[in-house]
Design a protein around this ligand. Structure first.
Ligand SMILES: Cc1cn([C@H]2C[C@H](O)[C@@H](COP(=O)(O)OP(=O)(O)O[C@H]3O[C@H](C)C(=O)[C@H](O)[C@H]3O)O2)c(=O)[nH]c1=O
Length: 190
């Protein structure tokens, strides 16, 4: 597995070792031993899968406080633009984001640590999205930021008229109005 750092510390891209032969391919989609050694020790407790059609944008979501989640995300089929936004107050990269293209073809994975908002936009006809979380779903702790907050300057690579949102994702606050976020100096993994 190759670990590629990004412009935000702790947010990394992973490239698994893919073994192809005349039958097809094999790769380890997750190895606790490799991940903990090459990225950081994390105990993932929940796997999620969603399927979305072209133009669907899910995000920008996070769970607050003790329910904060790290996510290890990947695309099994299709292609998405995946985005992580630093929402740790006091962080030198507060409000900055990393966006990466994940696809069934590139098999890349993206680690979004606790303290970040997460979302993705579907760039193919359909996309099947799978991810691991290190804290269970806690709907009462859910927070979110508007996908199109101008202060974030995210290029979702979709024409605005093509973006498909849930009613919930159509009405999130701007980062400046998002209430309780995270503190850069607090260790959310302790
Ligand atoms: C996230 C989640 C949802 N649900 C139920 C709640 C709803 O009845 C249904 C759809 O939930 P929602 O519309 O919140 O799903 P997404 O919009 O894909 O939410 C996710 O989108 C972005 C990309 C994220 O990073 C988060 O993991 C998560 O917020 O699944 C569960 O039962 N367990 C869960 O962990």
């Amino acid at each position: 597995m190759k670990v590629i750092p990004t412009e935000i510390e702790g947010v990394v891209l992973l490239e698994p070792d893919v073994f192809g032969d005349e039958r097809g391919y094999f790769f380890e989609s997750y190895s606790e031993q490799s991940f903990d050694r090459l990225v950081r020790p994390v105990r993932f407790v929940q796997d999620n899968e969603s399927m979305s059609k072209y133009g669907v944008l899910r995000g920008l979501h996070f769970q607050r406080g003790a329910h904060a989640q790290s996510k290890l995300v990947r695309v099994v089929r299709g292609r998405v633009l995946d985005v992580a936004v630093d929402i740790r107050r006091g962080s030198p990269t507060f409000g900055r984001h990393v966006s990466v293209e994940l696809s069934g073809d590139n098999k890349r994975q993206f680690f979004v640590p606790r303290g970040f908002a997460h979302g993705f936009a579907v760039l193919s006809d359909e996309a099947t999205f799978q991810y691991k979380c290190d804290n269970p779903y806690a709907p009462e702790s859910e927070g979110a930021i508007a996908w199109n907050d101008p202060s974030l300057g995210i290029d979702w690579r979709l024409a605005p008229e093509d973006v498909v949102l849930s009613p919930k994702d159509s009405a999130h606050p701007l980062l400046s109005e998002a209430g309780e976020l995270f503190d850069y100096n607090e260790d959310y993994y302790a």
